[in-house]
Structures are given as C-alpha cells and as structure tokens.
Design a protein around this ligand. Structure first.
Ligand code: ZN
Ligand code: ZN
Length: 127
C-alpha cells in the first residue's frame, strides 16, 4: 500500500488492538474505519459520525491506496481549521495533521496523536 500523498510505501505499525499504516516520508497515517472506531471508543470518545465535520468537495485530496478512487476532504474543528480525508468506498481514513511531535515510532504515540486530533476536530466554533 502506498501513501496517497507522495506514493511512498507505507510501513505498518500495529499492536493487538489496531493496525496503522504510516508514511515515513510525510508522517501521514492511513487507518480503516473499524480501527478508528475502536480507538475513539477506547478513549471514551463519541463515534466519528458524532464528531461532525463538513465535506469539502472543492478541495483536492489524494487517492485511496486500496480502492484507487479520489478521497473526500472532511473539515471540522475550530473555524474548520482541521481536515482529514476519507474514502467513500471503503471508509478508510487519511490523517496528516496533529501527529507532529508525537512518538511516531510507537503505536501508542500515534494513537495519542489521533485521539488529540479528533478531540480538537469535535470542537465546533458555531453555537
Ligand atoms: Zn506520504
Ligand atoms: Zn477506499
């Protein structure tokens, strides 16, 4: 499987709970919706559909590394400043924000970055 951004082959980071595909080049993460749901649940967070976000169909994204269809950009968080990309076909998630400064060589570090990203993503500026 290759990175949707730069075509570099992913390295797999996994433990007994989740399997993450990481791009060593851009530090982005590809994970499937089942793994993301498990991560959110295990951290007492609502499911992805409850975190909101708006599809931005104008914004360009890469292609799904599995299905080779265009990914869809979803924006959310304060002033829609955050985004992740998702595949409408397989539900895969591409994340390349919020992982800076995390212990990216460990599953725990990556999971922590993912959880923090979605906590911020769920904070909406509108009332
Ligand atoms: Zn990459
Ligand atoms: Zn897909």
């Amino acid at each position: 499987m290759d990175c949707p951004k730069d075509g570099v082959e992913f390295e797999t980071k996994e433990d007994e709970h989740v399997s993450l595909q990481r791009c060593a080049d851009c530090a982005g993460i590809w994970l499937d919706i089942g793994d993301l749901s498990r991560i959110l649940l295990r951290h007492n967070m609502p499911g992805l559909e409850k975190l909101g976000g708006t599809a931005n169909l104008e914004e360009l994204a890469g292609q799904c590394p599995t299905c080779h269809v265009d990914l869809m950009v979803v924006q959310g968080g304060p002033h829609k400043s955050l985004r992740y990309d998702t595949c409408e076909s397989c539900g895969g998630i591409w994340l390349d924000q919020g992982l800076e400064g995390k212990k990216a060589d460990t599953v725990d570090g990556l999971v922590e970055g993912i959880v923090e990203f979605y906590k911020r993503f769920g904070q909406h500026s509108q009332h």
